[in-house]
Design a protein around this ligand. Sequence first.
Ligand SMILES: *Cc1c(COP(=O)(O)O)cnc(C)c1O
Length: 357
Amino acid sequence: MKKYNFNAGPSILPQVVIEKTAEAVKDFNGSGLSIMEISHRSKDFQAVMDEAVALFKELLQIPDGYSVLFLGGGASLQFCMVPYNLLEKKAAYLNTGTWANKALKEAKFFGEVVEVASSKDALYSYIPKDYTIPADADYFHITTNNTIYGTEIRKDIDSPIPLVADMSSDIFSRPLDVSKYAVIYGGAQKNVGPAGVAFVIVKEDVLGKVSRPIPTMLNYRTHVENGSMFNTPPVLPIYACLETLRWLKALGGVEVMEKINIEKATMLYEEIDRNPLFKGTAVPEDRSIMNVCFVMSDEYKDLEQEFLKFATERGMVGIKGHRSIGGFRASIYNAMPKEGVQALIDCMREFERINLR
Ligand SMILES: *Cc1c(COP(=O)(O)O)cnc(C)c1O
């Protein structure tokens, strides 16, 4: 039976990425050696790093003055590296969910933190819109896609102070105006590659403004100056990321990707809205095109486990919702083909036919 991987992260990767990475594990560039057993300073790996950085810049049209870094520690280490490097007195955070909260919590180790708005009162089912960004804060932090709650900020917002964004689960899902951001970061394992590497896009002129000493490995400057090679970078995950970026470029880049993503998300949300058994959890205007969260309608609550079993038996993998909201979550990242979304829709329709006859 064909399986469709709706896991939230680590998550689906294009088949070609898995195959090319497997090849490089066995024999990298015809060298007779595995990519796992060569020096990160070798000419062949330097070419991988250079091309990955170049494709990041090309695909996202990153302007001059920004560096692209590949670092260990995941997005969660960035929750601490951002304030370490940027927070002198005060920072502002938008609280849109679990990950936003975790980022905010780390910033408190470094100074005053203002929560400009929160949607916690409504189980993070929407993105707050009425808030003022304090002009005297050092930066404003947002989480563009709330992986757990299925809400997304899909427009680049204007901020009077440096804007920092956790884009772990929606980077490369749409074109971006990078010039509006000071820092963009995320773990690779949602939309770019396997776990083990985080990407950071940092505007160089926002660095060097805090008075505290910063340990070498936690200082963005170290990694900017050393091209992410101050120490041994996560070689194999970076190679897999490069293959994803090549795949994305061959497909036509982020404009084409966004179109496909909107089509996939629209198909699935239309079914959720039409099918009396299900209802979406996020308010329609803030719905994510990456993580689609839904539950059984109130009168059919007792069918939840049954639908999970039904869909699993038909090849749907990873649609169980996050433990904090329950229900279902279909993560339809870039690599999820339209036929996967259609297969899930078919399941929902068949389940309806059986139960509402
Ligand atoms: C998954 C996720 C994280 C955590 O990433 P790690 O690499 O595991 O630290 C942070 N933010 C968002 C939005 C996520 O989806």
